[in-house]
Design a protein around this ligand. Structure first.
Ligand code: AMP
Length: 282
């Protein structure tokens, strides 16, 4: 496994793999790697001959007052984890390598970022789309892997690559969960043991909505009431949003008559957790 910090060297390493006729997969991450990232990497490993994992805490996607400064940075253990999964190349640039003299060009996807996380994190998806396009241009992979855990991000990237004719296949990987249902996240490590117990309420709330849909309920208000009743059971959990959204546009729907996601974000003190469940429609 080669660990690379510069654009020039990662381009050279990918070029060498390409010259040898190998297909290339990219798994973009912000590090603090866990089992969720592990599933993306394993899938990439099965489907491509060269696996590149990027590790970059992207300043552009954090707003003022967000957790950019305290976001966990665990490069040594991340490298061990990648080694154990047979990753070929790690690309872990420092911020000035990707943003040398400031960035004056940004990727702005319309509609999809408007609701959910986009509402409380203005500029977040612009930062995500911009860094992902840069990484795709630098590595030029055949496939890039993203988690459904961040469903709005996944849709932003699918739309951006389609609209801008980026020659890459975007592969969506299902959310990996702890045995009690909590979606695995780098931010879970912010939680105290008590908070960690409470955190499962988000999954249980989404599940209640999913069950309402399975039972035939189609009015979003009623579907969400089932979720809210579960959230209300735990007073330390503060709701940011709970919505039923169209799975393509990520806009809220009043009546469910096609594929949707039930998406939620909650705060437990200073920790923000997001999760969602897919409902394929009839
Ligand atoms: P991050 O390092 O949090 O930016 O995540 C990097 C990639 O891993 C993104 O595509 C995430 O959606 C994905 N990911 C993070 N957590 C999970 C999880 N629990 N299950 C599946 N994918 C995940």
């Amino acid at each position: 496994m080669q660990v690379i910090k510069t654009i020039r060297e990662i381009r050279e390493a990918v070029y060498t793999a390409r010259q040898a006729g190998k297909t290339v997969a990219l798994v973009p991450t912000m590090g603090a790697l866990h089992e969720g990232h592990g599933h993306l990497i394993e899938r990439a490993r099965r489907e491509s001959e060269t696996v590149v994992v990027s590790i970059f805490v992207n300043p552009l996607q954090f707003g003022p007052g967000e957790d950019y400064g305290r976001y966990p940075r665990t490069l040594d253990s991340d490298l061990d984890f990648c080694q154990s999964l047979d990753v070929d190349l790690i690309f872990c640039p420092d911020p000035p390598e990707l943003y040398p003299q400031g960035q004056k060009t940004f990727v702005e996807v319309d509609e999809i970022p408007r609701e959910l996380c986009g509402r409380s994190r203005p500029g977040h998806f612009r930062g995500v789309a911009t860094v992902v396009l840069k990484l795709l241009n630098i590595v030029q992979p055949d496939r890039a892997y993203f988690g459904e855990k961040d469903a709005q991000q996944l849709r932003v990237i699918e739309q951006m690559t389609a609209d801008l004719n980026v020659p890459v296949e975007i592969v969506a990987v299902p959310t990996v969960r702890e045995p009690d249902g909590l979606a695995i996240s780098s931010r879970n490590r912010y939680l105290s043991p008590d908070q960690r117990q409470s955190a499962t309420v988000l999954y249980r709330a989404l599940n209640a909505a999913h069950q309402a849909l399975c039972a035939g309920e189609r009015e979003s208000v009623k579907v969400l009431a089932a979720s809210q009743a579960v959230l209300d059971q735990d007073p330390i959990v503060r709701k940011e949003y709970l919505e039923v959204v169209d799975a393509g546009s990520m806009s809220p729907v009043t009546t469910v008559n096609g594929p949707v996601r039930i998406a939620g974000a909650v705060w437990i003190e200073k920790t923000r957790l997001i999760d969602n469940l897919y409902w394929k429609g009839e």
